[in-house]
Design a protein around this ligand. Structure first.
Ligand code: SF4
Ligand code: SF4
Length: 338
């Protein structure tokens, strides 16, 4: 649980309305972080030497370009690796793309993450379509930025996947070792709650195996909402009603370091980190997790956390307040074994 990345949710506003969006971002939500709060987050992160990256996401942060440029510059000047996540709506021509990417680069940007998949496609069409992805990636590579293209899949039959992106880049003569393609399956949170991924049995079984693993996100990537709420992870749960189980404080009330210290004192988070949410349900709450997985067709660890934070919230609170000593003992043993 050593924090490495601080993900700052810059805004919930987005010019897209993707049907899988776990953040429930939308054109009508104008929530955006105050620059003073952003700066406080960065100042507080400076006190924690293990934090290396400030990742600015949303919503679509480029909708507030002036504020974004000031934010990037501030984080860069404090010595952080700075990442911005975008849907590339602004990249309909190569000239526009170069202009915006160069502004971001001059402000101190190191990494551009572009989201593109079957869910984003219909919305990107309104701003130019697929050529935006090509333009944005080309401009970023020309500026010497690292680029990640994030693709969310839901089915073996979806169109846009890793191979599709590789072909798209090849077709446009974009070849660089600075490009990473990140492929993931849809998470049933936010607007994506009713999308059940239709993945093949082999892939599904792989996912099920992962359910039993510890969570390496908790405590390493912290997220901050525009109102200052701090989350112990940046999982898709963070705008769900179960988000309170990973809510660890608010920056407007106390320094990030104090919030992190409190997180470290909470054995529940150590359980998630060392043993994972499956073990919380299985070993601590003595729940028949296999039948829950079948019943709810659960295929991601974050969905197990949602169960803990909704159906089992009271039990989990009771167990951690009543059996604290035993729980800490178990964790010490588990920690020695890992
Ligand atoms: S998934 Fe990304 S682009 Fe789509 S609505 Fe959400 S924030 Fe906007
Ligand atoms: S498994 Fe739980 S703790 Fe880990 S990222 Fe998902 S919601 Fe957060």
């Amino acid at each position: 649980m050593i924090p490495r990345t601080l993900a700052i949710i810059f805004t919930y506003k987005c010019n897209f309305f993707c049907k899988h969006c776990s953040m429930r971002a939308s054109p009508s939500d104008s929530t955006v972080i105050d620059l003073s709060l952003f700066k406080k987050a960065v100042d507080d992160a400076e006190e924690i030497p293990s934090i290396y990256t400030i990742a600015i996401s949303g919503g679509e942060p480029t909708l507030f370009l002036n504020r974004l440029l000031q934010a990037v510059r501030y984080a860069y000047d404090k010595g952080f690796n700075v990442r911005v996540v975008t849907n590339a709506w602004w990249a309909s021509t190569i000239e526009q793309s170069r202009k915006l990417v160069s502004m971001l680069k001059n402000a101190g940007l190191n990494e551009l993450n572009v989201s593109y998949d079957d869910f984003h496609k219909p919305w990107l069409e309104k701003y130019g379509g697929e050529r935006n992805i090509v333009n944005a990636v080309r401009a970023a590579i020309e500026e010497g930025l690292r680029v990640a293209i994030a693709v969310v899949r839901y089915s073996e039959n979806d169109i846009i996947n890793r191979s599709y992106i590789i072909n798209l880049l090849k077709k446009n003569n974009i070849i660089s070792e600075n490009i990473t393609i990140i492929e993931d399956y849809v998470y049933r949170f936010g607007r994506g709650v009713s999308i059940e991924p239709d993945i093949d049995k082999k892939q599904y079984n792989k996912q099920i195996l992962r359910l039993k693993m510890p969570c390496n996100e908790i405590g390493t990537t912290l997220a901050i909402h525009p109102d200052g709420t701090v989350m112990a992870c940046c999982g898709h749960i963070i705008r769900d009603k179960a988000a309170r189980i990973v809510t660890i404080g608010n920056l407007t009330r106390e320094p990030l370091l104090d919030i992190i210290k409190r997180m470290w004192r909470n054995p529940f988070y150590w359980w998630l980190s060392i043993k994972g949410p499956y073990a919380v349900l299985d070993e601590l709450l003595k729940v028949d997790v296999e039948s829950l997985i079948k019943k709810y067709r659960i295929y991601s660890r974050c969905e197990l956390c949602r169960l803990i934070g909704t159906k089992y919230e009271k039990q989990v609170i009771n167990i951690f307040s009543e059996k604290l000593e035993d729980i800490v003992k178990v964790l010490n043993i588990a920690k020695l074994k890992t």
